[in-house]
Ligand binder design. Structure first.
Ligand code: F6P
Length: 328
């Protein structure tokens, strides 16, 4: 597509926050300044677009944000943006400020919004994958995923100390919505006794067998990682089922929850976010619209948003096999 002349870019973060979003915003804004563009921060995601919570950004706004968790632009899940009236209000506000392109940092819902907006109003938009869930196609890793895995693993290490001291069986629930990426990494990285992910069914009887075998093998501690979106329920439900079958076990449940969304981004996420931030601005200038910038095999790749959001990225079969080998 023939590139439109772009002078003013608006950047926003939307949906669940993720460590590295600040680093991505900084890179977008810095790259914009490098190319002599005016940069605007849209606060609270699409809500801010609708409510005209839009401010011109200066260099000082992005000083010392790269290393901070969360998003200084704040984030929200906007119900109003899902309505045509909400999107019209948002468009009118962008026009008022003369914003002629957008960088949307968020997960599948946020990128869907950017796609719809581009279809309806023709505002050039590029998405950046910002979610701890890693459930977007078109990139090997999403911004925030690596940090979330590190956070989960560090927390599980601590749980292991107390689990070992008391000979207890722990069920630890990790986030990921309906994807098992955090779970499988946490399982491999923390030597879990088993990892339950939404993509693979593990019958309760099999888990019981595995736990019995580990007892026989005199394993010191048992930690089972449960992805939150599993069809047989979360950690609490699974623990209750196991308790019925293994009543002599001392069982505890820990739900890691939003802990996984916070914290200073890892070096991996900082670099990923920085590369993608620059790619977003350069992509817009080259006329790449309605796409998500990602990194595959260390190369920047632009994938149509409609393809990136399709729910077809799956936990690697090999990762699952490795987790199984290492837990027996
Ligand atoms: O998409 C990121 C995520 O943290 C998911 O892993 C989780 O299911 C969801 O967001 C939680 O959303 P909220 O913060 O709105 O409760």
């Amino acid at each position: 597509m023939e590139p439109k002349t772009i002078k003013k870019i608006g950047v926003l973060t939307s949906g669940g926050d993720a460590p590295g979003m600040n680093a991505a915003i900084r890179a977008v804004v810095r790259a914009g300044f490098y190319y002599n563009l005016e940069m605007y921060g849209i606060y609270r995601g699409y809500e801010g677009m609708i409510n005209d919570d839009i401010k011109k950004l200066e260099s000082k706004n992005i000083a010392h944000v790269l290393e901070r968790g969360g998003t200084f632009l704040k984030s929200a899940r906007s119900a109003e943006f899902r309505t045509p009236e909400g999107r019209q209000k948002a468009f009118d506000n962008l026009k008022k400020h003369g914003i002629d392109a957008l960088v949307v940092i968020g997960g599948d819902g946020s990128l869907t919004g950017a796609h719809l907006f581009y279809q309806e109003f023709g505002i050039p938009a590029i998405g950046l994958p910002g979610t701890i869930d890693n459930d977007l196609s078109g990139t090997d890793s999403t911004i925030g995923f690596d940090t979330a895995c590190n956070t989960a693993i560090q927390a599980i290490d601590k749980i292991r100390d107390t689990a070992t001291s008391h000979d207890r069986l722990f069920f630890v629930e990790v986030m990921g919505r309906d994807a098992g990426f955090i779970a499988i990494n946490a399982g491999i990285g923390s030597a879990a006794a088993a990892t339950l992910i939404p993509e693979k069914k593990m019958p309760i009887e099999k888990l019981v067998e595995r736990l019995k075998a580990r007892k026989k093998a005199m394993k010191q501690s048992n930690i089972v990682i449960v992805a939150e979106g599993g069809k047989s329920g979360g950690a609490t439900e699974i623990a209750e089922k196991i308790k019925k079958q293994l009543p002599s076990y001392d069982i505890k449940v820990t739900i890691l929850g939003h802990l996984q969304r916070g914290g200073s981004p890892s070096s991996f996420d900082r670099v990923l976010a920085s590369k993608l931030g620059v790619a977003a601005v350069e992509g817009l200038m080259q006329g790449k619209y309605d796409v998500m910038a990602g990194i595959i095999n260390n190369k920047i790749v632009f994938t149509p948003i409609t393809k990136a959001i399709v729910d077809d990225k799956e936990v690697d079969e090999d990762d699952f096999r490795i987790a199984k080998i290492l837990s027996t």
